[in-house]
Design a protein around this ligand. Structure first.
Ligand SMILES: C[S@@+](CC[C@H](N)C(=O)[O-])C[C@H]1O[C@@H](n2cnc3c(N)ncnc32)[C@H](O)[C@@H]1O
Length: 246
């Protein structure tokens, strides 16, 4: 199945890096706090991070007591930053696609993937591979673009706005059409895969995972008072999180 490596595109990479290094972004406000709140006690645990990017999370898992962390990513550029900025004797970075983790001859207690699963065409295959790599009772936690965001392609307006430009509702179409959508983010032709919420959950359940927690972070009053522009996350959350156990 097709695998796009858009993070190795120079223009995309520079745009993404600039966004991630901003003091305030959706990762900082919503994604990272929610992910951390879903983590089990990592002391002595073997952790696999799928789509580890700059490796910030891998380092965080070591700081939280993990005994070993393997970070895999399809992008050499992302891993170069990871190796330079977030290396540790107990972290191994591997330049492989997460579709190919079946080649890793190792067992993990926790598999985590932060905002990368929506790039995968064969979700069912990756879920099965994760299940095989996990020890009994092992935990699989992932975040992805919320399914309300993935049924979106270039050329469609994402929002309906009032006369002052304020977003009054998200434009959602074809939620039930599961396929690859191509959109523009720093460059044209960025590919992500839309799956309905039910498909995601049923795939996990059919593979043998028990769903423990779902999270859809949104801004509270305190956050909105400080960062009012994030009111649009009340119309629809940016991210979906699932924590499940083998
Ligand atoms: C939005 S970034 C998230 C990075 C990191 N997990 C974080 O939260 O900071 C998505 C990452 O997934 C990686 N990725 C995309 N498709 C992949 C694939 N098929 N296999 C492995 N990594 C992939 C990208 O190269 C990129 O580093």
């Amino acid at each position: 199945m097709a695998k796009q490596n858009i993070y190795d595109n120079e223009t995309f990479f520079e745009g993404y890096k600039e966004l991630r290094y901003r003091e305030v972004n959706a990762n900082v406000l919503f994604e990272i706090p929610t992910l951390l709140s879903l983590l089990p006690d990592l002391k002595g645990k073997r952790v696999l991070d799928l789509g580890c990017g700059f490796g910030e999370h891998c380092k965080e898992y070591i700081d939280k007591g993990a005994s070993r962390v393997v970070g895999v990513d399809i992008s050499e550029k992302m891993l170069k930053v990871a190796r330079e900025e977030n290396s540790d004797p107990n972290i191994e970075y591997m330049n492989i696609a997460m579709e190919d983790i079946g080649t890793i001859n190792e067992t993990f207690d926790v598999v985590i993937s932060s905002l990368a699963i929506h790039y995968i065409e064969d979700f069912e295959g990756v879920v099965k591979a994760v299940y095989s790599l996990l020890s009994d009772g092992g935990i699989f936690i992932f975040s992805q673009e919320h399914p309300m965001n993935t049924c979106y392609s270039a050329g469609t307006e994402r929002w309906t706005r009032d006369e002052n430009g304020r977003k009054i509702h998200a434009n959602i179409a074809n939620y039930c059409v599961e396929k690859r959508y191509d959109y523009s983010w720093f460059v044209d032709g960025v590919q992500h895969y839309h799956r309905m919420f039910s498909t995601i959950i049923n795939n996990l359940a059919d593979t043998g995972f028990r769903i423990e927690k779902i999270a859809e972070p949104y801004p509270d009053e305190a956050l909105l008072a400080k960062y009012p522009d994030y009111y649009d996350n009340l119309h629809k959350p940016d991210f979906l999180f699932v924590r499940s156990v083998k």
